[in-house]
Design a protein around this ligand. Structure first.
Ligand code: AMP
Length: 387
């Protein structure tokens, strides 16, 4: 049996964003202390941490000092350099293990792993040099999407290729890339799965994800899919977590096709934006689940208490001034979460709303109405569900 860390222990967290902030809220409510390592100062997570060490991830002495001061270490962000994790692992337990970060940091490694474990994927090919592109296109065809293998998220580092015209003047200097067939999905879904140090897994209900400009806009839970789709999606997520020997929380993003088949898009070996609903709507949130897994405690029940929907609040909402918080708060079925970010830049995730309903449709309508109510005088973005 692997080591367990009781309340009162010090947890090290690499990364200082909102996922870390929500993890700290869960950790603090169970009596843990959290130290954050992040290059910036006064990060969303650092604001709530017992200690924020603002140093570069490649500052070896700082990483060692940090890891020496905690009992167990985890992440809220997967793009931590490999060396950083290795240095830390010399001084404390690291969960999930560094190899999982290494695999999921790079789309080529991730797809090779998924393919080897029999996971259905969109057709893909790696593109490491300019000569690889025509070979890959001959196999994958159009329409397709060229994605940078590393450091891509929310559609960043992606280029849609509709015809040979789009391949002219491509800058392949930022590679390597993967070329992926553009999938005609009917819905994007995700499953958040937790796996404890004892090997037991717990899956949250399937999330239905609505994107806008490649950024998650809203999540509806449970997803409006047939029971057999939910069962297969959950089975896929559970199997991937087991194959990875994950100890922690992971989101598996998937595409649902018209014939009911499911293809896996990508993995995130940490709590995920689509799982934020679990804070208000589940017996155990994804962040408490991460805490339990990382600390070697048994997982909590992931059960959904009520149908719900989550809507992201992007910086665009501030375009016309401070949002009308009282208008959203006036709906008693809506919960407001803000991440402590001072600067509301367009596209920046500033917070989210979660709403409940008797049905998923009612919850979605309610959360969209609440978000619309935030926009004074019709300023800012319109809700995706109404587009
Ligand atoms: P990603 O960063 O890979 O999760 O991509 C961001 C978003 O782009 C996804 O949520 C989809 O909406 C879209 N997308 C990515 N890959 C594909 C694909 N192969 N086919 C169709 N849409 C895609």
């Amino acid at each position: 049996m692997s080591r367990a860390f009781d309340p009162g222990s010090r947890i090290g967290l690499m990364g200082g964003g909102q996922l870390g902030r929500m993890f700290i809220l869960a950790a603090r409510s169970m009596g843990y202390r959290v130290h954050v390592f992040v290059p910036e100062k006064h990060s969303p997570a650092g604001q709530l941490a017992d200690l924020e060490m603002s140093r570069d991830y490649l500052d070896k002495a700082a990483v060692r000092e940090f890891a020496g001061g905690v009992d167990v270490l985890t992440f809220e962000f997967e793009n931590i350099p490999r060396q950083t994790v290795e240095w830390a692992a010399e001084h404390c337990e690291v969960r999930p293990r560094g190899e999982i970060l290494h695999t999921t940091q790079n789309r080529i490694r991730e797809k090779e792993f998924l393919e080897a474990s029999g996971t259905p994927l969109p057709a893909w090919a790696s593109v490491c040099t300019a000569e690889d592109l025509p070979v890959a296109l001959a196999r994958i065809g159009y329409p397709s999407i060229l994605k940078t293998a590393s450091f891509g998220y929310d559609g960043k580092g992606q280029k849609q290729l509709k015809s040979v015209e789009d391949t002219r003047n491509l800058d392949l200097g930022a590679g390597p890339f993967v070329l992926e067939a553009k999938v005609p999905f009917v819905m994007e879904i995700s499953v958040v799965v937790a796996r404890g140090a004892d090997g037991r897994t717990a899956c949250y209900p399937v999330c239905e994800n609505i994107h806008r400009n490649h950024i998650l806009d809203a999540t509806v839970v449970p997803a409006r899919v047939a029971p057999d789709v939910a069962e297969r999606a959950t089975g896929l997520a559970r199997r991937i977590a087991e194959r990875l020997d994950l100890v922690g929380v992971m989101a598996v993003e998937m595409f649902l096709l018209a014939d009911g088949s499911i293809l896996v898009n990508e993995l995130a070996p940490r709590p995920h934006n689509s799982g934020h609903f679990s804070i208000d709507a589940c017996v155990t949130s994804q962040f408490e689940q991460q805490l339990r897994a990382v600390c070697g405690l048994p997982l909590g029940a992931p059960d959904l208490l009520r149908s719900c929907a989550m809507a992201n609040l992007l910086g665009d909402l501030w375009a016309g001034g401070e949002p009308d918080w009282a208008a959203a708060a006036a709906c008693g079925e809506v919960k407001i979460h803000l991440y402590g970010k001072a600067e509301p830049r367009p596209g920046r995730k500033m917070g989210h709303l979660t709403a409940f309903g008797a049905t998923p449709d009612e919850a979605l309508a309610r959360v969209i109405a609440a978000r619309d109510a935030l926009q004074k005088n019709g300023n800012g973005v319109r809700a995706a569900a109404k587009d």
